[in-house]
Design a protein around this ligand. Structure first.
Ligand SMILES: NC(=O)c1ccc[n+]([C@@H]2O[C@H](COP(=O)([O-])OP(=O)(O)OC[C@H]3O[C@@H](n4cnc5c(N)ncnc54)[C@H](O)[C@@H]3O)[C@@H](O)[C@H]2O)c1
Length: 250
């Protein structure tokens, strides 16, 4: 009961899995939540101090069942990492309403619903929420009408949550990853896009899951005890930079 507990959504692979592993390494116990049951069971079975919870964050009734089960299992909740996400790249005219809704259901509604369902538990521990948005929520670019808009909304939702939960000692921050070679990114990043990212990023490369997890774990921890309402890009410098990098390099 005295060991700090984190809930990580989208924990079966990619950034969520790396975050779960890092948090366990740093002494947390982790409720690993994902809708991919097979993968979740496989990866969580290999970890100590982790319990798998099969749940789709876009379905309110599943969250209503899962959050009490997490609290019953661990007895406390100190951090929530709203990481589960889906990506779709397509032009505005080619994004039908069903696709738009699918992206919003997980990327925006999921963050709203999980945060709402865990708020009371976090107030008890004066815990923390870390929402995962994206550089696509900070800067517009082609083909990201649904994905980018959902992530921009998560950025604002973070500020709303920080404003309301602050008086209860609950901190809420947002991490905006740059490109990371996960299944999500590789499904939508063509070689052209990969090359364009390399050109536009001062560090001239993709990030790793571990590099994003480090920022998330810091924001969950007491080391960030006076940080709330912040949007932190872990993006190799992409957000801070304008045009001209390839010319400067050559
Ligand atoms: N990889 C990148 O380049 C990148 C860049 C910016 C932001 N992000 C964001 O980081 C987060 C993690 O992305 P990733 O690259 O690790 O993706 P990933 O596809 O490797 O992993 C996402 C995980 O979320 C789970 N998931 C998806 N929808 C869910 C739902 N409705 N309910 C429960 N689980 C669900 C998937 O099953 C999967 O295990 C996402 O929010 C993504 O938008 C990723």
């Amino acid at each position: 009961m005295s060991q700090k507990t984190a809930l990580v959504t989208g924990a079966a692979r990619g950034i969520g899995l790396a975050t779960s592993k890092l948090m366990i390494e740093r002494g947390w116990q982790v409720a690993m939540l994902d809708r991919d049951k097979e993968e979740l069971e496989k990866v969580s079975a290999e970890l100590q101090h982790a319990t798998a919870f099969y749940c789709d964050v876009s379905i309110p009734s599943e969250i209503d069942q899962t959050v009490p089960a997490i609290l019953e299992r661990f007895g406390r909740l100190d951090a929530v990492v709203n990481n589960a996400g889906v990506a779709h790249f397509g032009p505005i005219e080619g994004t039908d309403f069903e696709t738009w809704r699918t992206v919003m259901d997980t990327n925006l509604d999921g963050v709203f619903l999980v945060s709402q369902a865990t708020a009371d538990a976090l107030k008890k521990t004066r815990g923390a929420i870390v929402n995962i948005a994206s550089i696509s929520g900070l800067r517009a670019s082609t083909l990201r009408v649904a994905y980018g808009t959902s992530k921009a909304a998560v950025i604002h939702l973070t500020k709303q949550q920080a404003a309301e939960f602050g008086e209860f000692g609950v901190r809420v921050n947002c991490v905006c990853p740059g490109p990371v070679r996960t299944k999500l990114a590789m499904a939508v990043h063509s070689q052209d896009i990969i090359d364009a990212y390399h050109d536009a990023i001062p560090l001239n490369r993709y990030g790793s899951e571990q590099e994003i997890a480090e920022v998330i774990e810091f924001l969950c921890s007491e080391r960030a005890s006076y940080v709330t309402g912040q949007i932190i890009a872990s993006d190799g410098g992409f957000e801070s930079t304008g045009i001209g990098l390839p010319s400067l390099r050559s």
